[in-house]
Design a protein around this ligand. Structure first.
Ligand code: HEM
Length: 479
């Protein structure tokens, strides 16, 4: 995955007609824009219109009216993601670079579809070489170890606002927690945390300081590479440096940036979407509180219904072929419509039916590039939300639901703020530093299953305590 996503505030002046213009949603040859007002306000509605007009694969326009195919069908998405010899992940395959369809120096698409020396832009053996190092870096952490860090950071964040009785959860929690965890796993010293977290988050926002923030993050990663060369530790940077794949320093830096950026925005988005459901949908909250739906199930449901990345760039056809009834030419660009594929009637006739434990959604893509960090994303979301709801089971939306706003792009949409209120509480001073867990033993031995506490009891520093579900149930009974 290529990040950061292009925010529409960065669109070339004049490239998108103003709001209200009757042609705002269509461009050359009457093709539908994936960057017009409708794409921003009602992307799911737009995908359904495209599906009705074109079937499972639709011609669309990106920023600057660049042509691409949007894959809407579930099976067609899986097909494109899995057939890497027919659909390359290397953007240099695209004919648009040569035809002058895009100005590589100025197009806001370049961060998403430009080539970089990382595993996202590679196919075949080169992809396996680079991805092997990445997965070795991610797989060294066992989930209990990661959960300890998430727990510590989550409590610290909640301690920072729990006495006030109100907080804006996106900026103070859902965007902050994944970044704290990821910088820690990469091997960043905890002291560099707050400033780096600030810079890395700013980099996504397309503000006037984004370029400076990008430079700061790259500089910090360069320093990290130097530091880990002389003093390796149990972290992703050290594994990338010592991996037999023999990554150059430049490749290590690019992969550290990739992991940080690919993991941050998506996980933050997922957490915001789950918490929004908790505070806006009484049925969702009731199912959680009543135990009919576990938190991991709730997370999976949101992954089906609101993928953190709605459209995934990109694949490029290596030869002429047909797909979903469309004639695709060599060098054409295809986009994986993950959100559209997840609600394809061919596999989900009634999208309102609960998915329970079904994880066959497209939100982590499929095939050789399927997200290698999905379990880390899930554990950050599950653990962080669990702790928040345990500490503040009475959170309630502080504004009418209609006042919630999103920042949208072709690729995703982000809740900009989730203000909530709750009864003020004292901080719990969770400031224990825990060392990173040791890497798993090199043998293939299956580790012993952890002893789970009974359903409504979690073991914390102060011994057993009731979980959020029991507290939430009590809170709902009182209302
Ligand atoms: C809910 C959270 C997440 C979602 C929804 C998500 C989704 C995705 C998607 C859709 C792709 C693109 C695959 C493709 O091109 O076909 C991807 C790739 C990737 N993700 Fe994630 N991701 C998440 C969390 C993470 C985390 C936490 C990490 C790292 C710790 C991570 C690391 C990566 C990497 C390295 C790739 C590139 C893999 C490759 O090209 O081989 N992701 N992710």
């Amino acid at each position: 995955m290529t990040v950061p996503p292009t925010d529409h505030t960065t669109t070339e002046p004049g490239a998108t007609p103003p709001r209200g213009c009757p042609h705002a949603d269509t461009g050359v040859d009457g093709l539908t824009r994936l960057h017009g007002p409708t794409a921003e306000t009602d992307p799911m509605g737009l995908y359904e219109k495209l599906r009705a007009a074109h079937g499972p694969v639709a011609p669309v326009l990106l920023d600057g009216d660049v042509r691409a195919w949007l894959v809407l069908g579930y099976l067609e998405n899986r097909d494109v993601a899995s057939r890497s010899t027919q659909f390359s992940r290397d953007p240099r395959t695209w004919h648009g670079w040569k035809s002058g369809e895009i100005d590589a120096a100025t197009s806001p698409l370049v961060p998403m579809i430009g080539w970089r020396p990382d595993c996202v832009c590679a196919d075949g053996e080169e992809h396996q070489r680079l991805r092997g190092a990445v997965t070795a870096g991610l797989d060294q952490f066992d989930h209990r170890g990661i959960r300890r860090h998430i727990t510590r950071f989550a409590h610290q964040l909640i301690d920072g606002f729990c006495e006030r009785g109100e907080v804006e959860l996106v900026s103070r929690f859902t965007e902050h927690l994944p970044m704290l965890v990821l910088t820690h796993l990469l091997g960043m010293p905890d002291e560099s945390g707050p400033r780096l977290v600030h810079a890395a988050r700013d980099l996504f926002k397309a503000t006037e300081t984004s370029l400076a923030s990008n430079a700061y993050v790259l500089e910090a990663l360069e320093q990290l590479v130097l530091m880990k060369k002389s003093a390796p530790g149990q972290d992703i940077a050290s594994v990338l440096l010592s991996h037999p794949a023999g990554l150059t320093d430049e490749e290590v830096k690019h992969h550290l940036r990739l992991i940080l950026l690919a993991g941050y925005e998506t996980t933050a988005n997922l957490m915001s979407n789950v918490l929004r459901m908790v505070v806006t949908d009484p049925r969702f909250r009731g199912s959680l509180a009543g135990g009919q739906m576990t938190l991991p199930e709730a997370v999976e449901q949101v992954l089906w219904d609101e993928p953190p990345l709605m459209v995934c760039p990109g694949r490029w056809a290596t030869g002429d072929t047909s797909l979903g009834g469309q004639e695709i030419k060599a060098g054409d660009m295809l986009l994986l419509g993950l959100a559209a594929g997840n609600v394809d009637k061919a596999i989900r006739p009634d999208p309102s039916t609960r998915v329970h434990h079904n994880r066959a959604h497209l939100s982590f893509s499929a095939g050789a590039h399927e997200c290698p960090g999905q379990d880390i994303g899930r554990v950050i979301a599950d653990t962080g939300i669990d702790i928040l709801l345990t500490r503040l089971p009475d959170i309630a939306l502080a504004v009418p639901e209609e006042r919630l706003t999103w920042r949208s792009s072709t690729w995703s949409r982000h809740l900009t703020a989730l203000p909530v209120t709750f009864a003020p509480r004292l901080p719990e001073a969770h400031d224990v530093t825990a060392p990173l867990p040791a890497p798993p033993p090199p043998s293939s031995a299956v580790p012993a299953a952890p002893q789970l506490p009974p359903a409504d009891v979690a073991v914390g520093r102060g011994g057993p305590r009731t979980t959020w579900r029991a507290r939430l149930r009590r809170f709902l009974r009182r209302r």
